[in-house]
Design a protein around this ligand. Structure first.
Ligand code: UTP
Length: 422
């Protein structure tokens, strides 16, 4: 049967007949692209996710318990030494790699193109988010006399622009051969009525499948094999938009090894009980993140005998995985979470509809849903002002303005300390 016929049949099967006119009216090249997209797309899966999205959320009987973390500030000198030494050895032996999740859309920040191209107004000429990450890694490379392999996950949408940008910027001085770009997966958007959208490019509108897509994407691009071949044992995974992200902290590596775990995490203490952040906990006995919206009753305010919050370890997207654990996670299908977003689209007559209100379900998997593969994870709580300065919103909380202040305060303090030491 002709490809065209197969595509039409598939659209009819899932009640997507509104797409048929685009198959008829597009030019040959666009038609070909649309047909291929339809044939490759798992429409069955998206319809299943859509059906689920319409169901009211079922709160299962979940037990939520606190987890025990180690606070860097209260570790003994001996503990600090032991963990640091263990971690430093891993980095120096070349067993450490870093992956940056840069496939997000940065919608809250309102940026177009890769978020890592956003320039923060710091230093003489400002610094790009990617540049800040590169500088952070270069410092670690110099300190440990190694070159840490750097994996950068992009989206299909921003991949080319990211790769070109690194080239234009001469890779920010990072050894080019140690940087690997890879794209993450996508899922189609779908309307409240269960209809796929045609975007301005004449193709079905898709969007990145969430930061949890990193595991299967690493596998799909054979990067787990590459890591193994190169002797990588521990992989740090972090976001692109925290300008104080510590990407090579030996202490969390050492702590995770010493506690015999295969996942590690760095956290910072919640600023106040109602802060809108996800925190580490145990859900039904397994390590997890509980979002601020999910806390039953006044659990978010609960304190221990010392008056400390029982659920006070914020998720700052700063995680470490053993390669064997990554391999297992990559085999697993993480659940999808729904979001409702704005999506412009073409009507059957080709007119563009620019929406002002959300109209599309978007499905994303989250990295932290992988934690339930293990019984325990190691959590190292560190100072917020040295680890967390996210650029999320255009203004107000977690904005370029707040990140700039935190970034400058951190580096001024560090310089002062170094001068005093000298
Ligand atoms: P966020 O959801 O906080 O950032 O992702 P975002 O997607 O860039 O911004 P909004 O929500 O549209 O405003 C946290 C981290 O996960 C990455 C982001 O790039 C960021 O580093 N991410 C997110 C991906 O790599 N892929 C995704 O599909 C989603």
């Amino acid at each position: 049967m002709e490809k065209m016929e197969l595509a039409e049949q598939k659209l009819r099967k899932y009640h997507q007949e509104h797409i048929l006119p685009f198959l008829q009216n597009s030019n040959e090249q666009k038609k070909e692209e649309l047909i291929d997209q339809i044939l490759q797309m798992d429409i069955e899966e998206i319809m299943h996710l859509y059906e689920q999205a319409l169901q009211p959320i079922q709160y299962q009987n979940t037990t939520i318990e606190p987890v025990v973390s180690k606070n860097k500030e209260t570790l003994s000198v001996e503990e600090k030494k032991t963990y640091t030494k263990l971690g430093e050895e891993v980095i120096k032996r070349g067993e450490y790699a870093v992956a940056t999740m840069a496939g997000g859309q940065g919608t809250r920040l309102g940026c177009h193109g890769p978020k890592g191209k956003f320039k923060l107004d710091v230093g003489e000429n400002g610094k790009y988010l990617f540049e800040i990450l590169a500088e952070n890694l270069i410092l670690a490379n110099n300190k440990y006399e190694t070159v840490i392999p750097w994996y950068i996950m992009t989206s299909k949408e921003n991949n080319q622009e990211t790769v070109d940008f690194f080239m234009e910027q001469n890779y920010f001085g990072y050894p080019k051969e140690k940087i690997t770009f890879f794209t993450q997966g996508e899922l189609p958007l779908i309307s409240k009525e269960g209809k796929l959208f045609i975007g301005e490019d004449g193709k079905i509108k898709e969007a990145s499948d969430g930061n949890g897509g990193i595991f299967t994407s690493l596998k799909k691009h054979h990067l787990l094999e590459k890591m193994e071949k190169e002797g990588t044992k521990w992989i740090f995974i972090g976001g692109v938009d925290n300008v104080l992200l510590q990407m090579a902290d030996p202490m969390i590596i050492g702590l995770t090894i010493a506690q015999n775990n295969s996942i590690g995490a760095k956290s910072t203490k919640k600023a106040y009980p109602s802060e809108k952040v996800g925190v580490y906990c145990k859900k039904n006995g397994k390590p997890a993140i509980i979002e601020y919206t999910e806390f039953p009753g006044n659990m978010a305010e609960a304190v221990n005998d010392n008056g400390e919050l029982l659920f006070g370890d914020s998720n700052i997207m700063c995680n470490l995985f053993h390669i064997n654990c990554l391999k297992k996670i990559a085999e697993k299908k993480l659940p999808y979470h729904k979001a409702f977003k704005k999506a412009n689209y073409l009507e059957e007559n080709g007119n563009l509809v620019e929406v002002t209100e959300p109209n599309a379900f978007k499905f994303e998997s989250f990295m932290f849903d992988s934690f339930d593969l293990v019984d325990n994870i190691s959590i190292l709580c560190d100072k917020r002002e040295e680890n967390f300065a996210p650029v999320k919103n255009a203004e107000g909380k977690d904005s370029p303005e707040t990140a700039k202040k935190l970034y400058e305060a951190y580096w001024n303090k560090k310089c002062e300390c170094e001068q005093n030491r000298a």
